[in-house]
Write a new protein. Structure first.
Length: 382
């Protein structure tokens, strides 16, 4: 190695392959190019031993970063921002008790999600259905809920700062059972009474943890505490009822339920979007807040971006944006009427009889292979 160039910890991304060989200060090889650092512990151990690469690799890396940075500046990607927000949120929440300035860090992640929505709300909403395999359920669910919360709050013309606090509450609502969440999702047998009690108390536990971390915004804490309360008094942990749950808390709660319903779980298949909407607002046959239901339907639609559909002409495609009505979205067809993949996505207006939506499909029925960039272009680039 002719040269010895130190890199920063920020140059390494957990979960992504190393772009170069990494050496310690004595020029001993630590990790080879392509190795994936999977955990925070591995990352910390590597940082202690020193991070060096050879000079030629450093030059190529700098050139590539300049090119990538220029491209990303020219074409900001909502998908890229959302994926980065997930990594930031995961690292923050799992290390929350060791962090400083927690409130501002969470708000900054919420701002980045708001930026993704500004770039393209359809991509941001589409990620709820189409980006599920990219991240683990626990953190992704909180981020999805924040996206949905923001979109509905914007549709209601909520104050931007008020909306940001609602998003922050969605991002932190499950820290009371963060480490147990994935484990409980994997269970096939009934939960014990102790586990059920832990679930019932996690909103209160989350609010307590946030206060310990210096978060003192009463609205934020209230939304977290109330995100599992129901208007009929059947919720938890406080059993609140009509008149005791504010509109903003209900938005976070309903967004949470909808995102959970459309997510794939180890113990059940996801509900189709229309079924999820019915389940959220007409659960047990009892209507819930008709005003909020109208806003959710208007902003999300009967066929939200990311929904797989079969058209009247037999084509199968993916909803990519709203249409003239909530039942006539724009669809990009990916499979032709005879079942053969199309050479490229073809945009269809489902307001026309030939391309009207015949049925909604689950992901396992659609059997489609595509990237989000194929549907939305550079704004959905990785």
């Amino acid at each position: 190695m002719l040269d010895h160039y130190r890199i920063n910890v920020s140059d390494i991304v957990i979960g992504e392959p190393l772009p170069w060989d990494v050496y310690d200060e004595s020029k001993r090889l630590l990790l080879s190019k392509g190795h994936v650092i999977a955990t925070e512990r591995q990352f910390d151990e590597l940082a202690k031993r020193g991070l060096f690469i050879d000079g030629s690799a450093a030059d190529r890396s700098r050139d590539r970063k300049c090119e990538d940075h220029s491209a990303k500046q020219a074409h900001p990607s909502a998908l890229r921002i959302i994926n980065l927000a997930h990594k930031r949120l995961e690292r923050l929440l799992f290390n929350l008790t060791n962090e400083t300035d927690t409130q501002e860090k969470v708000l900054d992640i919420a701002r980045s999600i708001a930026q993704a929505i500004d770039i393209n709300p359809d991509i941001s909403l589409g990620c709820v259905l189409l980006n599920q395999q990219a991240h683990n359920y626990t953190i992704r669910h909180c981020l999805d809920t924040a996206v949905l919360t923001a979109i509905v709050a914007r549709g209601m013309q909520k104050d931007p700062d008020e909306t940001l606090v609602m998003m922050a509450a969605a991002l932190t609502m499950n820290i009371g059972m963060l480490r147990q969440h994935d484990e409980l999702q994997a269970r096939s047998e009934p939960l014990s009474e102790r586990e059920l009690e832990s679930i019932r108390q996690h909103p209160q536990q989350a609010a307590n943890i946030l206060m310990q971390c210096g978060i003192n915004d009463p609205a934020w804490l209230s939304y977290v505490l109330l995100h599992h309360e129901n208007e009929d008094g059947s919720g938890y942990p406080l059993g609140k009822s009509v008149g005791e749950i504010g509109t903003n808390a209900k938005i976070v709660s309903l967004a949470d339920r909808y995102c959970a319903a459309v997510s794939n779980r180890r113990y059940r298949k996801p509900l189709l979007p229309q079924s999820a909407m019915r389940d959220v607002f007409l659960g047990a046959g009892k209507p819930s807040d008709p005003t909020l239901a109208a806003y959710f339907i208007r902003e999300i639609g009967s066929y939200p971006p990311g929904t797989f559909v079969r058209l009247q002409n037999g084509e199968i495609g993916v909803v990519t944006r709203k249409g003239k009505t909530v039942t006539t979205p724009v669809v990009h067809a990916l499979i032709g009427p005879r079942g053969a993949p199309l050479a490229f996505p073809i945009q269809r207006d489902t307001g026309k009889d030939l391309f009207a939506i015949k049925e909604t499909l689950g992901g396992e029925q659609a059997v489609l292979r595509f990237s989000l960039q194929q549907l939305w272009g550079e704004e959905a680039a990785l």
